[in-house]
Design a protein around this ligand. Structure first.
Ligand code: PMP
Length: 431
């Protein structure tokens, strides 16, 4: 679609001030000026149903979170080198949501920083530096963490410190259709990566993964899928980092944390995105012995991490999540959404696969079901057509062929009905 002159001027100004190659959603970008609950409003007052944003976890501009931020900002904001209850009260409440062993936390401002710290915890404990990640992941943008992504290699190439294993794809499972064979094939890849790293100067330190494989296209995995990999890591004396930046804080409906749903206990958990409902808060949760090894090896201070305003935002977010039973809402309404998507799959041949849980689900589009040929162009067209019709969603997956639906947690059945009816029309118009 041709962009109007205001949008073109906006884009020119962005590029001039911020530089080129900045991601911008939609062929016809949206100029958002306000958010409320599950709704976003553009500069012309048009309302969009937000089916994409997981950061405003308990809803855009939730009054309780806004009030907590404002009142703490009006009282005190400083760093963590003074005694203050805010961080202690929050960490106490946060760690109560984990198994007994994960009892300490360190607060950061982003998920990237959290993962960076987690990798250094692995180094402090094991004395080694080799890392395993999937070949379709994203864990952030620091120099160290960006090396975990295989899409944008560092200048001069990879150092050999990171070994990538093929991301699990439940629609085209490595090893075959049986769940056991699929899991065994992934385990074998992890075992080989461990062995490879053990033969290098780096040795093997940590396996880092999102327990929901969110950036890999959130495959539907059989129960116990990661058991073999976890056992292989433990046998080699390595640590497991669960990056909960996307699946955490109840988003998956059935469990508060993605690793609980996947059925393993990590050594280190990293947090970000939804933690402060949009206020920049991230964190690393681990055992007291791992935290002590890290502090002893590296110390750590983060000027903004854990400040009283961030802790007030994070505390209010957690309280609202629990008071408003939003995890249960994700379970109930997310389950209903999946049923509705399954019905759509019966009607539209373009839908190759329906997958996901809670409020993190979507569909993979294909050009033909038999060969499961990815349809990234059609996926882009659906996303744009939905935007034209007042619904904001995104796409992901190896070929960006998966429609990603990941709304704020107060999403309702009525919201699902609206989403599905517009999606039905969009798919019909493209067929
Ligand atoms: N981990 C995962 C799984 C992510 O998806 C992201 C961001 N998309 C990050 C870490 C990085 O978080 P941040 O942008 O807050 O640094």
């Amino acid at each position: 679609m041709a962009k109007n002159s205001t949008t073109a001027q906006f884009i020119e100004r962005r590029e001039r001030l911020l530089g080129p190659k900045l991601d911008l959603f939609y062929d016809d970008p949206v100029h958002i000026v306000r958010g409320e609950g599950v709704w976003l409003f553009d500069a012309d007052g048009r309302r969009y149903l937000d089916c994409y944003n997981n950061v405003p976890h308990v809803g855009h501009a939730h009054p309780k979170v806004v009030e907590a931020i404002a009142s703490q900002a009006a009282t005190l904001n400083t760093h963590t080198r003074y005694l203050h209850d805010g961080i202690l009260d929050y960490v106490e409440r946060l760690t109560a949501t984990f198994g007994d062993r994960l009892s300490t936390a360190l607060l950061t401002c982003t998920g990237s920083e959290a993962n960076d710290v987690a990798l250094r915890m692995g180094e402090a404990v094991t004395g080694r530096r080799g890392i395993i990640a999937t070949d379709a992941t994203y864990h952030g943008n620091t120099t160290a963490v960006s090396q975990l992504s295989s899409t944008r290699p560092p200048i001069g190439g990879y150092t050999g410190q990171v070994r990538h294993v093929p991301a699990p794809d439940s629609y085209r499972p490595l090893g075959g259709e049986s769940g056991d064979a699929f899991a065994a094939a992934f385990t074998r890849e992890v075992e080989q990566a461990i062995e490879h790293l053990q033969g290098t100067e780096f040795g093997f330190s940590t396996l880092i993964l999102c327990p929901y494989f969110a950036n890999e296209g959130f495959p539907d995995l059989p129960g116990g899928f990661l058991d073999g990999s976890v056992a292989a890591v433990r046998k080699a004396g390595g640590l497991i980092i669960a990056d909960e930046v996307q699946p955490g804080f109840g988003r998956l409906g059935s469990h508060f944390w993605g690793h609980e749903r996947a059925g393993f206990e990590p050594d280190i958990v990293t947090l970000g995105k939804p933690m402060g409902n949009g206020h920049p808060v991230g964190g690393v949760v681990t055992s007291s012995d791992i935290m002590a090894a890290f502090r002893n090896a590296f110390g750590y201070f983060n000027t903004f991490g854990g400040n009283p305003v961030s802790c007030a935002a994070a505390m209010a977010t957690l309280e609202v999540l629990q008071e408003e039973n939003l995890m249960q809402n994700a379970y109930d309404v997310g389950g209903y959404a999946r049923e509705r998507l399954d019905q759509l799959a019966g009607k539209h041949d373009m839908i190759g696969d329906v997958r996901g849980a809670g409020f993190f689900f979507g569909i993979e589009l294909v050009t033909d079901r038999k060969n499961k040929t990815p349809a990234p162009d059609a996926t882009a067209r659906v996303v744009d057509s939905m935007r034209e019709n007042g619904i904001l969603m995104g796409r992901t997956g190896l070929n960006r062929q998966v429609l990603k639906i990941r709304p704020p947690m107060p999403f309702s059945r009525d919201n699902v009905d609206q989403l599905m009816s517009v999606l039905d029309e969009s798919l019909s118009s493209l067929a």
